[in-house]
Design a protein around this ligand. Structure first.
Ligand SMILES: Nc1ncnc2c1ncn2[C@@H]1O[C@H](COP(=O)(O)OP(=O)(O)O)[C@@H](O)[C@H]1O
Ligand SMILES: [Mg+2]
Length: 359
């Protein structure tokens, strides 16, 4: 296993910017994810690590070795693509064996390694099948076996689940995670699906327009987003704009246009952000952090409004509540409480700890 370092890496395609100043250190054995919308530069970054593109600027290190301009076949990486990229006219065995044959290993050695790789992805006994006799999920597992059979130091996966249906996607997600833990291989995973990234990763790099927005654990990027983009891209959030009315005693009070006020804690100001009294501020409140208040309850951070949307999902009850001209999304775990209907009055309590200041 090996660490991967991108040292201020940029890539231009003529005058089109692929990525800009990517500076990250992926630890040995880590499950690291590039997350962001389509076109943000995930594949470009991954292809530079694989050696299919060379950076315009910066260096790439595997451990102590500078691999910036090393060709792909000298890098000892396994790669899995979204479209599997299997040879349709070859058998499962032949597809998986391909990388070993290129490396001129003995027949006996190849058979042992392919059998082991197929076992690893739960496809033992499928060696003689043709690729077109397999389901999408099985094809993706062949692609995984093919990447793993060469015993790579680094496993690169570019949106490997996006061609699978929802149920299979979840199963394969668990499989990939299990394999990675079992083998301990440094894994770099690309996805635009934030739930997938959150569930699988040790750390996530959130990207937008070729630029890093935040690097952190799933908890860090969810609970302490650096900016509005991260707060809205990861999970659901209420984004509200108000005016800072007072900063006092580690607390911040914000007034909104419809004349309600909220108090939050100074420790919940996003990194690199300073707030000034009288200025505009964006705040983020997660729907699941809001509580139902008692009808007669009054006090700080309790707001009332009319239910505009009431949605019972079984697991939760979701509301959109109209408060003056603002709408607030809330999500309560279903504990058998009464479900409010559209038009009813609902009192909500917003804990101070859950008011997050984006600046
Ligand atoms: N071979 C290429 N030639 C020109 N532009 C490219 C090429 N590959 C990617 N780009 C551009 O670089 C940007 C990042 O693309 P990409 O890395 O494929 O994004 P993602 O994988 O996040 O969807 C996009 O604007 C894309 O159009
Ligand atoms: Mg891509």
């Amino acid at each position: 296993m090996i660490s991967v370092k991108l040292d201020h890496v940029s890539k231009m395609f003529g005058t089109v910017k692929g990525v800009e100043d990517i500076d990250i250190h992926i630890r040995s054995g880590e499950f690291f994810t590039f997350l962001g919308p389509s076109g943000c530069g995930k594949t470009t970054t991954l292809r530079m690590i694989a050696g299919f593109y060379y950076p315009t600027e910066g260096r790439i290190m595997f451990g102590e070795q500078d691999v910036t301009y090393l060709p792909p076949n000298k890098r000892n990486i396994g790669m899995v693509f979204q479209n599997y990229a299997l040879f349709p006219h070859l058998t499962v065995f032949e597809n998986v064996a391909f990388g070993l044959q290129v490396r001129k290993q003995s027949k006996q050695e190849i058979k042992e390694k392919v059998d082991r790789a197929l076992k690893l992805v739960h496809l033992d006994g499928y060696g003689n099948r043709r690729i077109d006799q397999l389901s999408g999920g099985q094809q993706q597992r062949v692609a995984l076996a093919r990447a793993l059979v060469i015993e790579p130091q680094i496993l690169l996966l570019d949106e490997p689940l996006s061609n699978l249906d929802a149920k299979l996607r979840e199963e394969t997600r668990v499989e990939i995670k299990r394999l990675q833990l079992e083998l301990g291989v440094t894994t770099i995973y690309v996805t635009h699906d934030q739930a997938e990234a959150m569930a699988m990763s040790d750390r996530i790099m959130v990207m937008k327009n070729g630029v890093i927005q935040q690097v952190g654990t799933p908890q860090e990027i969810y609970n302490r987003p650096n900016n509005e983009f991260v707060a809205s891209f990861i999970g659901e959030s209420n984004l509200l704009e108000g005016i800072v009315e007072e900063i006092h005693d580690q607390q911040i009070r914000v007034r909104f246009s419809s004349d309600w006020v909220l108090t939050g804690l100074q420790e919940n100001v996003a990194p690199k952000t300073t707030l000034t009294k009288g200025e505009k501020v964006k705040i983020s409140i997660r729907p699941e952090s809001i509580r139902e208040a008692k009808t007669e309850e009054n006090g700080e951070n309790i707001v009332r409004g009319k239910v505009a949307l009431s949605e019972f999902t079984g697991v939760s009850v979701n509301y959109i509540t109209q408060i003056g001209e603002l709408q607030l999304k809330s999500m309560f775990i279903n504990l058998g409480n009464r479900v409010y209907q559209r038009g009813e009055e609902l009192a909500l309590s917003i804990p101070k700890e859950s008011v997050y200041f984006l600046g």
